[in-house]
Design a protein around this ligand. Structure first.
Ligand code: NDP
Length: 327
């Protein structure tokens, strides 16, 4: 028997989450059984743990959209017991039981061998948020990062923190947008050279185009902030749209696309093919300084998850929460 965070839904639709003991026979089918070492808390996990269940497809449910650990048993030639692996995406933790348990059983296709240079804890300090930040940086690179600073919105959150550290390490000037002025020193320690107050960018304007200010943007916030940022981009610059922490509606005009050639690049981490996942993890191992990654981490255990799930939905988590499922 082993520990898992089980989310249940009662007849009135009310969800509850607690740590319970389950057995291997309770796990869903899959080719590979993994002894999970670490998982994390992402925005989606907050939705899956929280009231109403958000994205959960079946109950009882084990959330946790990512994990890293050691293969315990495998019916697939690509993996053998003892291999270190990492998983993000593929609706694990939503439609299939995820990483908030000491064991997980998944399809071999969903896994990636742990890239050289990272241990399982570091891989989860990166986790889905950091993996997505890397995909966003790679998308900006593919389209060309221009002269001006690269703007990162939701900078003190998970995606924002990792994007800031990677971009700064690659030599870009980074401007971090945050609604929490107390995180300014933290963001500067990750490499941001400019801190922009959230309220400044959230102010509405009737002007569809403003000064050409940003050479690129990783946007974790969406909504009104993304709409405003589009009109502040340099000619031909790109915005990698990652998230919707500030809302799903996009009150924008087509003018930045027509008159400034701005590119809006959608980033999806869930359905990335194996080769892309491998490439992104290799870039993470190369381009993300491990001391900066460590500065983002706050440790947690399975029993902390209901509280942390609620915190991340309120935008109150700084950096990355790493869950030691064996603690
Ligand atoms: P976090 O909660 O860690 O970070 C989000 C940050 O956005 C907060 O820390 C806060 O930053 C800012 N923020 C929160 N609420 C608001 C608001 N109302 N208005 C403006 N800013 C706000 O989440 P993650 O970084 O893990 O994820 C960010 C987004 O990216 C989420 O929407 C998530 O679902 C999405 N995502 C998408 C993925 C994909 O594949 N496309 C993968 C992973 C995440 P600050 O305090 O600095 O202002």
């Amino acid at each position: 028997m082993f520990n898992a965070l089980i989310v249940n839904k009662d007849d009135e639709g009310k969800t509850s989450a607690q740590v319970e003991q389950i057995g291997l026979d309770d796990l869903p089918t899959g080719d590979v059984t993994v002894a999970v070492e670490y998982s994390t808390v992402n925005y989606k996990d907050g939705l899956c743990i929280g009231p109403g269940g958000g994205l959960v497809r079946n109950y009882p449910h084990v959330p946790g959209i990512d994990f890293a650990g050691t293969v315990e048993a495998s019916d697939d030639d690509r993996y053998k017991p003892g291999d270190k692996v990492v998983l993000t995406g593929w609706r694990v933790g939503e439609a299939h039981w995820g990483g908030y348990a000491q064991k997980a059983r998944v399809r071999a296709d969903w896994l990636v061998p742990l890239p050289g240079g990272l241990d399982t804890r570091q891989a989860m300090a990166v986790g889905t948020a950091g993996f997505t930040a890397m995909l966003a940086v790679m998308a900006l690179e593919d389209h060309g990062i221009k002269k001006g600073p690269v703007l990162v919105t939701g900078a003190a959150g998970g995606v924002g923190s990792v994007a800031t550290a990677i971009l700064a390490n690659l030599g870009h000037e980074v401007a971090g947008v945050t609604g929490r002025p107390e995180t300014a020193d933290y963001l500067k320690s990750l490499g941001a050279s400019q801190i922009v107050a959230r309220a400044e960018i959230n102010e509405t304007t009737k002007r569809p185009l403003e000064g050409e200010t940003w050479g690129g943007c990783v946007d974790a916030v969406g909504g009104a902030m993304l709409a405003r940022v589009l009109g502040q981009m340099e000619y031909g610059a790109s915005v990698a749209a990652v998230g919707l922490a500030g809302g799903a509606a996009l009150p924008a005009t087509v003018i930045p696309f027509l008159l400034r050639g701005v590119n809006l690049l959608g980033i999806d981490s869930v359905m990335q093919p194996y080769e892309n996942r491998l490439r992104a993890w290799e870039r993470i191992a190369r381009d993300l300084p491990m001391d900066k990654l460590e500065a983002m981490v706050q440790p947690a255990t399975l029993s902390d998850l209901p509280r942390l799930g609620a915190d991340i939905l309120k935008g109150q988590v700084k950096g990355r929460v790493v869950v030691d499922v064996n603690a």
